[in-house]
Design a protein around this ligand. Structure first.
Ligand SMILES: CC(C)(COP(=O)(O)OP(=O)(O)OC[C@H]1O[C@@H](n2cnc3c(N)ncnc32)[C@H](O)[C@@H]1OP(=O)(O)O)[C@@H](O)C(=O)NCCC(=O)NCCS
Length: 338
C-alpha cells in the first residue's frame, strides 16, 4: 500500500522501520558506507530551506498476525525547489523487481506535475540498480561526478601539518566550527558567489548571498548536520580568499561529507586549496573523535582539485550521477505502463 507520509508526525516505529530499510539498501548497494543511525533522522527528513517543500510517500507491508503495523518497505520523496523536483526513492532489497519502485515514482511524479513543475532530477549512484531503474523510466544522465573517500587511519598527520602550514605570505587560516562568524558572512558569501560563475554543475548545495547562507547553515543545524569551516583570509583586504566546508551528520557521524571548497580566482596559485583542506582534517581529528572517513564529490574535469585530494589520500570510490526527466513525459510513460 502506497500512502502519503509526513516524517514530522510519523510514529517512532515508522521512523525506525524506515531506518531499517535504508540500512538494508546501503548494505546491498553501498556495502562500504556506514549504516545510518536514528539520531535526528526525523529532522533530517523534515527540515528544509525557506521556500522549499518536501513531500513523501511510503509503501507499507501487510500488518503482522498480532495486528502490529507492517514494515516500511519503500519510500519516495520529492524536494520541490525552484522549478525542479528532486526525487529520491528507496525499495527494500527483499521486495525489488516487483514494480514497487516504479509505482512510488509514478505517485510522486503525478504530484510534481500537478504542482506545475516541469522537470524531475535524481542523484544516481554508479554501479547500483538505480542506474538501470532510472534509465528504464526514461531519465537521462546530465552530469557525472566522482565520489572519493579518505580513510583517516591512513593519513600521515605530520605531512598534513606541513601542508596546512604551506600557504603563501599574506594569508592566514581560521577554523570555525558551526559556520562562519557573523562578521565574515558577507565576505564568505562573496567568495562563493564569484566561483559560482566559474564552476558550473555542482551537485552539492551551495549558498551565494548572505541571507541564503544563514538560512542554509540554520537548515543544516536543524537537520542534525554540523558544519565545520576553514577559511583563508587575505590579510591586506580582509577578503575570504578560500574556504572549505565539511559537514558531520548525526545520522552517520563516522563519515563526514565535504561540501564546497573554493579558492577565489585572484588567490589561486598560493597553496590555499591544499592548506585549508589539510587544516580541516587536523581540526576534525580533535573535534570529532568518532570520525573515521571523509567523502567528497568532484567533477572529473576538475584536475587541480583531484590532484590535491589524491595527495591528501582520497581514493576514488564511485560515479555519482545526476539524471533528469521531463515530468509530463514521465507521468505519461508511467500511466501508460500500468
Ligand atoms: C532503484 C530501486 C528504487 C528500484 O526499485 P524496484 O522496486 O526494484 O524497481 P521496479 O521493480 O519498479 O523496476 C522497474 C524497472 O526498472 C528497471 N530496473 C530495476 N532494477 C534494475 C536492475 N537492478 N538492473 C536493471 N534494470 C533495473 C527494470 O526495467 C524494471 O522493470 P522490470 O523489472 O519489468 O524489468 C531500488 O533498487 C532501490 O531502492 N535502490 C536504491 C536507490 C537509492 O537511492 N539508493 C541510495 C543509496 S545507494
Amino acid at each position: 500500500m502506497v500512502r502519503e507520509w509526513d516524517a514530522r508526525t510519523a510514529s517512532s516505529a515508522e521512523i525506525a522501520s524506515l531506518l531499517d530499510t535504508l540500512n538494508a539498501v546501503l548494505a546491498a548497494d553501498l556495502p562500504q558506507d556506514p549504516p545510518w543511525r536514528e539520531s535526528s533522522l526525523r529532522e533530517y527528513l523534515t527540515e528544509v530551506m525557506p521556500g522549499q517543500r518536501r513531500i513523501s510517500w511510503v509503501a507499507q507491508g501487510e500488518p503482522a498476525a498480532d495486528g502490529s503495523p507492517g514494515a516500511i518497505l519503500g519510500q519516495v520523496h520529492v524536494l520541490l525547489l525552484g522549478d525542479i523536483g528532486v526525487l529520491e526513492v528507496l525499495v527494500h532489497p527483499s521486495v525489488r523487481r516487483s514494480g514497487l519502485g516504479r509505482e512510488l515514482v509514478r505517485v510522486a511524479a503525478r504530484r510534481v506535475y500537478q504542482e506545475g513543475f516541469s522537470s524531475i532530477g535524481a542523484e544516481v549512484v554508479g554501479d547500483t540498480p538505480a542506474v538501470g531503474f532510472y534509465e528504464a523510466l526514461g531519465f537521462t544522465r546530465e552530469y557525472v561526478e566522482t565520489r572519493s573517500v579518505l580513510d583517516l587511519s591512513t593519513v600521515d598527520w605530520a605531512e598534513l601539518a606541513e601542508m596546512a602550514g604551506g600557504i603563501g605570505a599574506g594569508y592566514h587560516l581560521e577554523f570555525h566550527p558551526g559556520g562562519p562568524p557573523d562578521e565574515l558572512i558577507e565576505a564568505y558569501a562573496r567568495a562563493k558567489a564569484e566561483v559560482r560563475d566559474i564552476e558550473d554543475g555542482e551537485l552539492r548545495p551551495s549558498s551565494y548571498d548572505a541571507q541564503r547562507l544563514r538560512d542554509s547553515l540554520d537548515c543544516l543545524h536543524r537537520r542534525g548536520m554540523k558544519p565545520y569551516i576553514v577559511l583563508a583570509l587575505h590579510e591586506q583586504t580582509g577578503e575570504v580568499a578560500g574556504l572549505t566546508e565539511v559537514v558531520v551528520p548525526a545520522q552517520h557521524p563516522t563519515r563526514a561529507d565535504q561540501y564546497d571548497t573554493i579558492v577565489v580566482q585572484d588567490h589561486r596559485g598560493y597553496g590555499i586549496d591544499r592548506a585549508i583542506k589539510a587544516r580541516m582534517l587536523i581540526e576534525l581529528r580533535s573535534a570529532e573523535p568518532e570520525l573515521a572517513e571523509v567523502q567528497t564529490w568532484n567533477a572529473q574535469a576538475n584536475e587541480a582539485m583531484l590532484k590535491v585530494n589524491a595527495e591528501l589520500g582520497y581514493r576514488p570510490d564511485r560515479d555519482w550521477c545526476e539524471y533528469s526527466v521531463d515530468v509530463a513525459e514521465l507521468v505519461h510513460r508511467l500511466d501508460a505502463a500500468r
